[in-house]
Design a protein around this ligand. Structure first.
Ligand code: ADP
Length: 664
């Protein structure tokens, strides 16, 4: 049986027991209600609970009716009403005790149907016998304890209800076997009243034993400890079972099956056997339960030893109770010194105060980031998550999960640095691209202007009345030539950049670029797969420049995927050695593909479909960078949709990497 079904059947069992308890309590309410009805309507059969020649005392029936109603209310959780209803019979019962003890006449017998009671000469003037009073008081106390939140008080419910159960069995037997032998002031002739008491006490025992399956409080009590649970479960049997040998003995003597001596022997032997039986059951269950505790303890130890996260359990004062092996490694604490140490010693000043505040106000969950202090005094960025663990006796513990943020922060700084470098290079490249275009576009008109101005100077020189005009035309020509020079220099300046080619491993270079794109676009809807064969494949490149190509291609692919339904997809980056000299790198996405209309002039400047959002120079810069490395770049659409961009870079070997690394 797996755990879920075991729990299911446990819950089903609990609900069934709950229904049984309710049913039994209804029976114990119905039993006294009938005689009371008999008294009200003057129906002898009802009044005598089936026996028209006998009358059950109305006070006894009424007291019990109230007690049974109180028990039902307590069972259903209406604790306040249950307390109020039970207080009435308890007060009356105490008065009866006073009346018996002080031999006073408080007139209690005149409370209900006094005329009928006197006329019928009801036993003991209708006042319940002392034995019944004692059992009723037991019941009242048990009901009041049922409405208590204290686990200890609720344990007493089982004991008292079990005692009441045993006593009702005994009372029933005694009144059945030898009613004449009993004094009316002690027990009365109320076998009938013992039956509803039996059902009620049974219901109360069921209620308490079953509550662990039904509610949280009960479950907490179950967790109190196996000895406690075991004793609680066995206590009804310990109290009730020893009644049975006496019962059998009484019946046997009454039926003349045994002599008095034989009956005594039966009681002694019977009780010894019962004690043996209960002890045997108790020992067996205690062993099983202790083994289960040991197993859980070992499981916890192995979890704390193996869990990769740093886990610490601390008490409300911040003192550690458990310290996982990973936590000991994180703080550099010798494992044996972990448990018992003060958490405050391992935190920075601010964090120490913050943690103290959180513990003091018993924060159910918290996240604290700041500084951790290792055993050797060194400091590290720390993230501490905590969760409150409320114990039974208001004892509080917290489970802490700690993480060293050094690596995460270093990675973030690395990506930020790379981003800044790339942004710089990208601006530079974009300017170069624009300058090249300007130069290209302005070159022709400027050349034409120079030619026209030269021609105009020549024509003017033929004239006689030249004046200052040739001079001015010559100056204009000079200025136009200068403008051409400026543009040429600007182009050269923008394009001029020391290319720092080195042997670079491909995987970390592409990985960094991926991180950058993911950080910048929060592209959670895109899966990126990188397959480089062999993994240590190296290329001879200017890392920053080529990273710009990778970033351009990735951003385009992410944007293409995002622009079309279902707005999610996959980008595959593959790289392999094409031949001895070249490495081929492929970017494939499952977006909509490059629009056919621009496929031919894709790498030309200012080709873009992102109206306003793109400049259309990314691909042309990318191709220029690739070509500056001696490689080629091309694009195509796949048959099943999606775009593929492919470029080549000069190959290098891992050994070259050592050689090309700059001297420190
Ligand atoms: P920009 O991105 O600024 O428009 P690019 O030169 O990087 O400039 O891209 C030019 C055009 O090529 C884009 O506008 C887009 O239409 C198309 N394109 C580029 N990559 C892809 C791709 N992976 N899928 C579909 N279209 C693409």
């Amino acid at each position: 049986m797996d755990i879920a079904t075991a729990e299911d059947s446990g819950a089903r069992g609990s609900i069934a027991a709950d229904r049984w308890a309710t049913g039994l309590l209804l029976v114990s309410i119905l039993c006294p209600a009938l005689p009371i009805l008999g008294w009200i309507l003057v129906i002898p059969v009802l009044r005598g609970f089936g026996n028209p020649h006998y009358a059950i005392a109305p006070l006894t029936a009424a007291l019990f009716l109230l007690i049974a109603i109180g028990a039902l209310l307590a069972h259903r959780g209406a604790w306040n009403v249950a307390r109020a209803v039970t207080a009435v019979p308890l007060a009356l019962l105490l008065l009866i005790v006073v009346q018996y003890a002080a031999r006073l006449d408080l007139g209690l017998e005149r409370l209900l149907f006094s005329g009928q009671v006197a006329a019928l000469q009801v036993t003991n003037r209708g006042i319940p016998g002392l034995g019944a009073v004692a059992i009723f008081i037991l019941n009242c106390i048990a009901i009041l304890l049922m409405t208590s939140r204290s686990a200890f008080a609720r344990t007493w419910v089982v004991l008292l209800a079990s005692a009441s159960l045993g006593l009702s069995v005994l009372t029933m037997t005694m009144t059945v076997t030898d009613p004449t032998n009993l004094s009316p002031t002690f027990i009365g002739r109320s076998t009938a009243s013992a039956l509803p008491n039996f059902t009620m006490a049974l219901a109360m025992v069921l209620h308490i034993l079953n509550e662990s399956g039904l509610n949280e409080r009960g479950r907490q009590q179950e967790e109190l400890g196996f000895e406690y649970t075991l004793l609680r479960q066995l206590s009804p049997a310990i109290i009730v079972l020893p009644v049975f040998p006496s019962l059998i003995a009484l019946l046997s003597v009454g039926g003349r099956l045994l002599t008095h001596n034989e009956a005594h022997f039966l009681v002694v032997v019977g009780n010894v056997l019962i004690v043996l039986l209960l002890l045997g059951i108790g020992l067996r269950r205690a062993k099983q339960q202790n083994e289960a505790v040991l197993l859980r303890e070992r499981q916890l130890r192995s979890i704390l030893a193996g869990v990769p996260d740093a886990v610490i359990v601390i008490d409300g004062e911040g003192r550690s109770k458990d310290f996982s092996a990973a936590a000991a490694r994180l703080w550099g604490v010798p494992p044996e010194m972990g448990p018992g140490c003060n958490m405050a010693d391992y935190l920075g000043d601010k964090e120490r105060d913050k943690l103290a505040g959180l513990l003091a106000r018993k924060a159910p969950e918290f996240l604290l980031t700041g500084e951790g202090v290792r055993f050797d005094g060194s400091r590290f960025p720390l993230e501490l998550r905590g969760a409150l663990l409320q114990g039974m006796d208001d004892e509080t513990c917290f489970t802490l999960f700690a993480r060293d943020l050094s690596e995460k922060l270093a990675a973030e700084q690395h990506v930020a640095r790379l981003g800044a470098q790339l942004a710089h290079v990208s601006r530079h490249n974009a300017m170069g691209e624009l300058a090249a275009d300007l130069a290209h576009e302005l070159n022709q008109p400027l050349t034409a202007a120079v030619n026209y101005l030269s021609a105009a100077g020549f024509v003017l020189n033929q004239r006689e009345d030249q004046g200052p005009a040739p001079e001015m035309v010559e100056q204009a020509r000079g200025q136009v030539v200068r403008a051409g020079e400026i543009i040429r220099r600007m182009r050269e300046f923008a394009q001029h950049r020391d290319v720092e080619k080195r042997v670079e491993p491909l995987v970390p270079m592409i990985d960094d670029a991926i991180q950058l794109v993911l950080a910048g676009t929060s592209a959670h809807h895109v899966e990126i797969e990188l397959a480089v064969e062999p993994e240590d494949l190296c290329v001879f490149i200017d890392r920053i420049q080529v990273q710009q190509v990778v970033v351009n291609l990735l951003r385009n692919a992410v944007e293409a995927i995002r622009s079309s339904a279902p707005h999610r997809g996959r980008i595959t980056i593959a790289a392999y050695r094409n031949d001895e000299e070249w490495v081929e790198i492929l970017f494939r996405d499952d977006g909509p593909g490059v629009p056919e209309a621009i496929l031919d002039q894709l790498f030309e400047r200012f080709t873009s479909t992102k109206a306003g959002a793109g400049m259309g120079i990314g691909l042309s810069i990318s191709r220029r960078i690739v070509e500056a490395h001696g490689g080629t770049m091309s694009a195509a659409n796949g048959e099943g949709g999606g775009a593929t961009f492919c470029f080549t870079l000069p190959a290098a070997s891992v050994e070259d990497q050592e050689v090309s690394r700059p001297a420190p």
